[in-house]
Design a protein around this ligand. Structure first.
Ligand SMILES: [Zn+2]
Length: 83
């Protein structure tokens, strides 16, 4: 086994790289969400919470156009993600 092999599956990568790629993943996910939001703006259903179908306040949408949930469902969702 060589340490000069592909970085792809090297288990002892530095922590920095893991953080970088985590941040990158996050940005990619954000971009996906924004693209999703744009698609939904063009279709029906944009501005409705995907969990409870309540209308998401315009103020929230203007700050976070890609948001999928109302404040209540989003905080529950984030709690679930962390659990
Ligand atoms: Zn909701």
């Amino acid at each position: 086994m060589t340490l000069l092999g592909d970085a792809d599956d090297a288990p002892q990568q530095s922590g920095m790289h893991e953080v970088d790629s985590a941040i990158l993943d996050m940005h990619i996910k954000e971009l996906d969400e924004i693209e999703d939001a744009v698609r939904r703006i063009q279709g029906a259903g944009y501005g409705l919470c995907i969990d409870c179908l309540a209308a998401i306040p315009f103020q929230r949408l203007s700050v976070e156009p890609q948001t999928l949930r109302c404040v209540a469902c989003e905080s529950r969702h984030e709690r679930d993600m962390r659990a």
